[in-house]
Design a protein around this ligand. Structure first.
Ligand code: BYC
Length: 470
């Protein structure tokens, strides 16, 4: 089951050939996807040979094969993790009953909405990043960007497969709509806020892959618990690809910190203007980017108090990441102390699950910061990077629109307005960062604002020509 059939037009491990109607429907969608890729995917690099990995099996070991691929020839397909024998529902009111192989009628529209929302983020991120290739800091980074882009394209395939296979005509229509909405489009924007933010520089890309892809990890893990088994299996395999995207974010930001510290040492200063004049990202500027992308990504968990999250959990549609780590999987009798602008209240745990997930996400985000701060400390500097409070700059939920500073303190509207550009990138900050984004394409060379990676891809040296531009 786990080996992937590449002989077919659409590579898959779901025996697609045995369902001619579904196969035809997906083969009909395939050229629409390729057209979307051509129009909205990375600009101008479609003829380049990119050192990409492609899934060859969904086994834990050795699923990837590496080689030079032109992106439009990437074998996007449908890969589900192997089924777990006799899988039972692991949480909610139907806990212990057999997992569903089909969509129960009463949950059809909610499940479809969850799958569409998940699916919408994948092409959105490709659209957000489409111009970045022109300003890559190295061929190594360019290759990583394209690897992420093709895999996000595959994640779209994952959701489109579910829509086509289990949601009939509505599902097919939704699959078309996934190609019709576009990131930042004023008429048909992407569904979730963060996916309409432009990503026009690599510092933003690294923050996005650090913070937003990590939301992806949490959301996919919670959908991997779903009673709807095909969704669970799809998400389990997607998570193996997601790990690389977060790696790009974490190592990218580590390399920025490293390079900045080198420049600070070289110049013997921590004066931001001198560091900028030397073509590096000063630490307060990096902090602003962290504040921006972290706060935006915190919105992606939804409202603090949510009847959607309660119903999704109780009905078995969406669990908590790593549900088995908890003792109580029904949550009908526990409460959560919730802090909102109107005070502190005990909320039924089921309604607080978005906040529970947001809190554990923030703890996960801390890990990278601790590492970067250790490097900064070792270099002898007092500056520390921090995560903004989950109340800062929120657009969704109880704290939406509240004047709160990055430490989480409510302040006056005037003070908030006056200081906002001290906390998130101002126009001047963004144009400085853009000025650093000069493309470097000599193998092994790096832009001056970022240190080289510690190692190359798949045991190749950093100097390897990861992208052959035509
Ligand atoms: N922007 O009760 P509420 C990834 C909507 S990232 C705009 O507050 P709920 C990736 C919400 O949809 C992971 N709208 O929250 C990363 C709902 O609208 P409807 C993506 C928002 O429903 C990098 C209404 O507000 N996957 O994979 O409990 C690169 C009230 O909802 C936002 C998923 O998100 C927002 N930020 O939870 C590539 C998983 N937040 O439905 C990929 C699927 C909330 O009433 N989605 N709303 O019209 C979900 O599980 C849930 O929809 C959410 C919201 C977690 C997003």
């Amino acid at each position: 089951m786990s080996s992937i059939n590449y002989a077919e037009k659409i590579p898959n491990n779901v025996n697609l050939a045995t369902d001619r109607t579904l196969q035809r429907a997906l083969e009909h969608w395939q050229p629409h996807f390729l057209q979307w890729w051509g129009e909205m995917g990375p600009t101008d690099f479609q003829k380049a040979d990119v050192y990409l990995r492609t899934a060859v099996s969904v086994d834990a070991d050795g699923w990837a094969q590496y080689g030079a691929v032109k992106m439009p020839d990437y074998r996007w397909g449908i890969f589900l993790a192997d089924p777990a024998a006799n899988r039972a529902i692991g949480f909610g009111d139907a806990m212990g009953k057999p997992a569903w192989q089909q969509v129960p009628g009463e949950y059809r529209s909610t499940l479809r909405r969850l799958i569409v929302t998940q699916g919408d983020t994948e092409p959105a991120s490709v659209e957000q990043q489409r111009l970045l290739g022109h300003s890559c800091p190295s061929l190594y980074d360019l290759r990583n960007l394209f690897q992420i882009n093709v895999e996000e394209g595959r994640h779209l395939w994952a959701m489109v497969y579910l829509l086509h296979a289990y949601f009939g005509r509505d599902g097919r229509e939704e699959a078309e709509e996934l190609l019709a909405r576009h990131s930042g489009d004023s008429d048909k924007p992407r569904i979730l806020t963060t996916f309409n933010e432009p990503i026009s520089d690599w510092l933003s890309l690294f923050c996005f892959t650090y913070f937003t892809d990590r939301d992806g990890k949490y959301q996919l893990k919670s959908l991997a618990e779903s009673a709807f088994d095909p969704l669970s299996r799809t998400c389990r395999f997607m998570l193996t690809e997601e790990a690389h995207h977060m790696f790009v974010g974490e190592t990218g930001l580590s390399r920025v910190v490293k390079r900045t510290l080198e420049v600070m040492k070289e110049l013997g200063t921590d004066d931001p203007s001198r560091i900028r004049a030397h073509g590096a990202v000063d630490l307060p500027l990096l902090q602003k980017y962290l504040n921006f992308w972290c706060s935006s990504s915190l919105d992606l968990f939804g409202s603090e108090i949510s009847s959607n999250s309660a119903a999704n959990f109780a009905n078995g549609l969406k669990g908590r990441p790593d549900e088995s780590q908890y003792d109580d999987h029904v949550l009908r009798s526990s409460t959560f102390k919730m802090h909102t602008p109107s005070g502190t209240e005990d909320v039924p745990m089921l309604n607080a699950l978005n906040e529970v997930m947001r809190e554990s996400y923030l703890k996960d985000c801390e890990i990278g910061l601790k590492r970067w701060n250790r490097t900064i400390e070792r270099a002898g500097h007092a500056f520390r990077l921090t995560l903004p409070s989950s109340r800062f700059r929120r657009s969704i939920g109880a704290w939406a629109g509240q004047p709160v500073n990055p430490e989480g303190k409510t302040i006056s509207k005037e003070e908030h307005e006056k200081n906002l550009w001290q906390w998130i990138p101002s126009e001047a900050d963004r144009s400085f960062v853009h000025s650093l984004m000069q493309r470097v394409i000599e193998p092994g060379k790096m832009a001056g604002w970022i240190a080289p990676p510690e190692r190359g891809i798949n045991n190749l040296p950093v100097e390897h020509q990861y992208v052959k531009l035509q």
